[in-house]
Design a protein around this ligand. Structure first.
Ligand code: AMP
Ligand code: GLY
Length: 426
């Protein structure tokens, strides 16, 4: 089969790496791809927001499956356009992608189907939103309804900051994503992510992961897209996973189908493990980035039949096998990220570093010109390793990181700290 992956990040590199290893993949393309993806796929200059261009490319190259990596093209209805053109794809259509595109939509779905989540209200005006804060103590949680590049959630430590956040959102800080907002209860606990594939009816649970959203060591400083991740998440016992499937994933899949919006693709549930049990913080309608990188390292099964089955409605015939080993990924970012950072800085010795045992280096933002590799983004490389424990995998990943010669980049040195502390406690 000829396959096209849409996207340009570390997630898409990990997907391309896994797909390229599939016996059923005869040709692999990535639009637009990056300097590392070019090792696994033919990178093509097709703009994912030009649906006709994608369809023309698919017909020209006889593409049998389009795998959509990021949320933006899903929310923009690329899957709907491909469906209409009779081209098979992996990912939800526009209606189902509301699970990520609108926080209010998801909260209302949870309410209708009894899915555990923080108490909330939706607002389109500042005054009632501010008044609703009366129901909670600090910290306050305020969320722009729409897609805001991971920046639309504000956890305010004081009432004044919470009111300022409401004014900022309605003042246009997040553009039209802030035409509406959600005020919700602050949940206490440990966060974890749970991934499941679904074809709209059947559910194939995948595995768990934890990421590090803050830029600084000890989980401090501003939020980023994620500075590292590991899988599995030790906090997610088998019983908790079962509870998440029964109380959160299954009612979501059934509810979406019953309401005429069957969800097909990967459901990425962001969870808070509270003392009452797991509660849904949010859904993403795509694989996590960098969580996908650790998932792909652990996946033993051929990924292509799994992705195809989500489209075909045959997921009940599939199983997924995993390495018992832990996988960790350390993000190397451009100095300055998540603020302003220079572009075009030169990175050396990446291929040499990737020779570390059980290590893969996925590229998130690079360009290659001959033998020269340069950084093109904030998050640039995802140094990923398998090990018998988080500590063991971390030693491998950081050993590879230390071989990379990139004076303009930085890493967090403590990826996996929570799991490593658990391992030390034994
Ligand atoms: P999101 O962008 O929705 O992933 O949210 C960013 C982060 O905000 C989450 O990973 C949580 O750490 C935090 N968060 C969101 N909602 C809540 C909540 N209701 N209670 C506590 N923390 C939250
Ligand atoms: N790493 C967080 C995300 O992909 O949304």
């Amino acid at each position: 089969m000829h396959i096209l992956v849409i996207g340009a990040g570390g997630r898409e590199h990990a997907l391309c790496w896994a797909i390229a290893n599939s016996p059923s993949c005869d040709a692999l393309y990535c639009a637009p791809g990056n300097g590392g993806i070019a090792d696994n796929a033919i990178c093509v200059d097709v703009n994912p927001s030009d649906h006709n261009a994608v369809i023309t490319f698919c017909r020209d190259k006889e593409i049998g499956l389009v795998v959509v990596g990021p949320e933006a093209p899903l929310v923009d209805g690329l899957v709907d356009s491909l469906d209409e053109a009779g081209i098979k794809s992996f990912g939800p259509n526009k209606a189902a992608a509301q699970l990520e595109a609108s926080k209010g939509f998801t909260k209302d779905l949870c309410k209708r189907h009894n899915i555990p989540t923080a108490a909330y209200e939706r607002f389109t005006e500042a005054a009632p939103a501010k008044k609703f804060l009366d129901n909670f103590d600090a910290p306050y949680v305020i969320k722009a309804d729409g897609l805001a590049a991971g920046k639309g959630v504000i956890i305010a430590e004081t009432r004044a900051d919470a009111e300022a956040a409401i004014d900022e959102i309605f003042g246009g800080a997040f553009g039209s994503a802030g035409n509406e907002l959600v005020v919700e209860e602050f949940l206490k606990g440990e966060e974890a992510s749970f991934f499941a594939l679904t074809d709209g009816t059947n559910i194939l649970p995948l595995v768990t992961a934890q990421d590090h959203k803050r830029v600084g060591e000890g989980d401090t400083g501003p939020n980023t897209g994620g500075m590292g991740a590991y899988s599995p998440a030790p906090v997610m016992t088998d019983d908790l996973c079962q509870q998440v499937i029964e109380e959160i994933i299954t009612p979501t899949v059934k509810g979406m189908a019953a309401e005429g919006m069957p969800y097909k693709g990967v459901l990425y549930a962001g969870l808070m493990i509270t003392n009452k049990g797991p509660e849904l913080i949010e859904y993403n309608v795509r694989f996590g980035d960098p969580e996908c990188q650790v998932l792909m390292m652990r996946l033993k099964s051929d990924i292509v039949p799994l992705l195809t089955a989500c489209h075909d409605g045959t997921l009940n015939q599939c199983t997924a096998d995993w390495h018992d080993d832990t996988a960790i990924t350390v993000v190397m970012a451009s100095e300055g990220y998540p603020g302003a950072y220079p572009k075009g800085t030169v990175i050396k010795n990446v291929r040499e570093a990737a020779k570390e045992t059980d290590c893969q280096i996925f590229h998130a933002g690079t360009a290659r010109d001959g033998d020269t590799l340069t950084a093109t983004g904030g998050r640039v490389l995802n140094v990923t390793a398998l090990g018998s424990s988080v500590s063991d995998a971390a030693v491998r990943a950081y050993s590879a990181v230390d071989k990379i010669d990139w004076p303009d980049g930085f890493v967090r040195r403590d990826i996996g700290w929570r799991a490593i502390e658990r391992e030390k406690e034994g």
